[in-house]
Design a protein around this ligand. Sequence first.
Ligand SMILES: Cc1ncc(COP(=O)(O)O)c(CNc2cc3ccccc3n(O)c2=O)c1O
Length: 425
Amino acid sequence: MNYARFLTAVSAARKPSPIRMLTELQQRSPPSLISLAGGAPNPNTFPFQSASIQVKNGQTVTFDEAAMKRALQYSASNGIPELLTWMKNLQKNLHNPPTASYSVEKGQMDMCVTTGSQEGLCKVFEMLVNPGDNVLLDAPTYSGTLAALQPLGCNLINVPSDQHGMIPAALKEVLSQWDPSEVHKPGSTAPKILYTIPNGGNPTGASMTAERKREVYELARQYDMLIIEDDPYYFLQFEKPWAPTFLSMDTDGRIIRTDSFSKILSSGLRIGFVTGPKPLVDRVVLHIQASTMHTSTFTQLMVSQLLHSWGQEGFLQHIDRVIEFYRIQRDAMIGSADKWLKDVAEWHSPSAGMFLWMKLKSVADTQQLIMEKALEKEVLLVPGGVFMIDSSEPCPYVRAAFSLSTPEQIDEAFRRLASLIKDAL
Ligand SMILES: Cc1ncc(COP(=O)(O)O)c(CNc2cc3ccccc3n(O)c2=O)c1O
């Protein structure tokens, strides 16, 4: 793959930070090295001495004095080694990426830690998207992605989708306006990236079938596009076997995958990952060097200690407990929707994630209904317009999250929603 053609001028211009390189060189060197180089503060001046964090299974994550000094200090921009290694082993175990054994030039699988997958998405978009670029995605989509993409001045092209995700025939139709043999010509306006949320989509709850992923991948190959696989709900798939990921079928090195611990370990700790071809991950890391420098060392070490004590088996057992929780929540929401809303709304039951996407049958645009009437009835959902490429277009959908409220609260919320819809008719 020729990765240079995908980079913006800004990303291509980024150079390694000499200071950061010295820090990482020092951290790789034996203790006998005396460094007068890094402008790092002396951790002996820090007020924090140690920490002990109770884990619900009875284990404890401890930071003794030495560990605390490391946790409170700068660390490598791509992530602390032990967390990166653990995650790379998990990715290889779960997805068996073809790129894991490739040379760097061929797109060897690499990873970096990001401050939430939101940071990963933002930096990947800024690496790849120039003003005026055509970018493919299936709308409605995550509002945080729109917030990161639209200010870049690109042209977002919607690829029609349904409850099974992006529709390959629709993608083929959208792409038919370009000649695949001319996408590398200077001045070509053919899209270079496609973004999708393959599991438990936000806001639709849609999950792509393996067959559709293979068809989309083939089209990306024909038009030499990168696919950004934003997959924070991968671990919230209620049925097994989990769907094969784009990363697992990436024989070309054209997948950039973002993962997140937000929905399974903690959203406040802000731990996400970018997995992709080393030439591209390196560019994201250079951007991290020049912006946040790295994700919090303390939170990385805290999570890394937990993962190492759990092992992959323990981690996946935790995931099974999380899945069971959200399955029960999903069933409660579907039960209450059937009970209160089946005359006034329609929906598909999600097989992953934490969202139910409902179309209100007799409402052209839910914005006013939700932002005014629903608040009067003390029930809050998200009007569907915020997830559309053009948020000013009327949208009859609402997004309901089944993550936080109890089944009883969900039932009462839908009773209130049904009441306000009937009042509005
Ligand atoms: C598809 C997709 N990709 C990336 C992210 C970012 O997750 P990160 O790893 O935590 O950075 C998300 C997080 N989605 C949301 C976050 C959120 C945070 C506060 C309040 C509301 C929020 N609502 O509503 C959300 O949907 C997502 O859904």
